[in-house]
Design a protein around this ligand. Structure first.
Ligand SMILES: Cc1cc2nc3c(=O)[nH]c(=O)nc-3n(C[C@H](O)[C@H](O)[C@H](O)COP(=O)(O)OP(=O)(O)OC[C@H]3O[C@@H](n4cnc5c(N)ncnc54)[C@H](O)[C@@H]3O)c2cc1C
Length: 381
């Protein structure tokens, strides 16, 4: 059994001042920003907003200054993240780059990759997408079939990536693909830094349940990548992608996707709060507090250079349950029609949440896969 504990989150210098600064910024920037948009939060794309966060020093916060970072602590970064999510700020443009692409490059990228890319991410001007899933390879990531073949001048890539969030707006993708034998499931894979403007790349939108177009199919046809595009070691893609997933699975976005609905619900119930409603909301509130504690603990482990894949899976699994439960409880407590397009804030927020909640336990690793990881980590399989 792996070490299974959630150590106390790291302590940091008093973060009250930073929190107040972020809140004041958000109150000014998002004045009049409707709840129907706030509920999108980390799915809401606004390049200009990300650029403003970059100017404030709130992207790449914990990275070294030599790469455009600000050498703040993981906990200070956490304060900014949770305030952005609580306010429902549109942070999707830079979120993936700040959360996982940048940290991956920092960890295993070449000096050239770090110097050319990280400062632009931190400035809120360079956005990434995740190229892991494929038509026949989602949960079973080691079955990827997109292949990069070494050729003169670099690598030639062919294959298809699927469900690629905001590929149509991103500048680059971190591509996970096969470079070795098909039967070398783990050892035969690598990661590449892909400039999405290269010839041979076609990006096609896919509509989700609500009709929104945030994810895509990305087709590679004889795309030529330079040698310098390889990230880390050839053949080490599996280990790299697994440590990337720990960043992807443990942040506050994994339990705050419907936080704006929770706030709207409390507001709508207001003075008419019944004991049953107070009990239900109180229970949700306690879950959120516990998840916050676990997620901050994982942030501390990542800061210490550990790979808390097991703990991150626990946070994501429990977090998705709570995120999905909030719309269910809202439906029980409020006699109203959920409607994405309603002018009533609660109805619109509830409509959005109901249509998007099923994806919470799919994206970033499905519930079954996470529970498999947890069971293995606990020595149960
Ligand atoms: C909103 C959203 C955004 C996404 N964004 C991205 C992105 O930006 N980049 C990216 O690469 N991917 C992205 N994905 C894809 C996501 O990672 C996959 O959907 C997910 O990993 C599941 O893969 P799949 O869809 O192929 O389903 P499958 O792997 O085919 O799974 C189908 C079902 O079978 C179950 N199952 C599969 N294997 C097992 C097993 N061994 N044991 C038990 N049950 C099993 C699964 O839990 C699931 O319920 C996104 C998905 C969503 C919903």
């Amino acid at each position: 059994m792996q070490d299974f504990s959630f150590p106390a989150p790291p302590t940091a210098p008093d973060t009250a001042e930073l929190r107040a600064e972020v809140r004041a910024f958000l109150a000014a920037e998002l004045a009049g920003y409707p709840a129907a948009k706030r509920i999108r939060s980390w799915s809401g794309f606004d390049a200009e907003f990300s650029r403003k966060l970059g100017q404030r020093g709130w992207i790449g916060m914990a990275w070294p200054k030599q790469y455009g970072g600000h050498e703040r602590s993981a906990l200070e970064r956490y304060v900014v993240l949770e305030e952005l999510l609580a306010a429902g700020a549109p942070v999707a443009a830079h979120w993936i780059a700040d959360r996982q692409s940048g940290p991956l490059l920092l960890k295993v990228g070449t000096e050239e990759q770090k110097r050319s890319i990280l400062p632009r991410i931190a400035a809120g001007e360079f956005f990434f997408c995740i190229g892991m899933s494929e038509p026949d390879s989602g949960s079973d990531l080691a079955a990827v079939r997109t292949r990069a073949v070494p050729v003169e001048g670099g690598w030639r890539v062919n294959g298809t990536k699927l469900w690629t969030t905001y590929a149509h707006h991103a500048h680059a993708m971190i591509l996970y693909c096969r470079t070795g034998a098909a039967d070398d499931r783990h050892g035969g894979t690598s990661q590449f830094l892909v400039d999405l403007t290269l010839p041979g790349i076609t990006i096609r939108p896919i509509a989700d349940l609500s009709g929104a177009r945030h994810f895509n199919e990305v087709v590679f046809e004889d795309v030529l990548l330079p040698h310098s595009a390889l990230i880390g070691q050839e053949g080490d893609g599996w280990n790299q992608v697994m440590s990337e997933l720990a960043y992807e699975r443990s942040g506050p976005e994994r339990f705050m996707s419907t936080f704006v609905l929770f706030v709207e619900l409390v507001r709508a119930l207001g003075s008419q709060m019944t004991p049953d409603a107070a009990g239900a909301l109180g229970r949700l509130g306690v879950h959120l507090v516990v998840l916050r504690r676990l997620s901050r603990s994982v942030a501390g482990m990542l800061q210490d250079g550990r790979n808390p894949a097991l703990q991150a899976s626990v946070v994501k699994d429990l977090g998705a349950l709570v995120e999905q439960e909030i719309p269910e409880i809202a439906r029980q407590l409020m006699a109203m029609e959920p409607d994405l397009r309603s002018h009533d804030a609660l109805s619109a927020v509830l409509g959005y949440s109901i249509l998007n909640a099923p994806a919470f336990s799919l994206r970033g690793g499905t519930r079954e896969i996470l529970r498999g990881i947890i069971a293995r980590g606990l020595g149960l399989r």
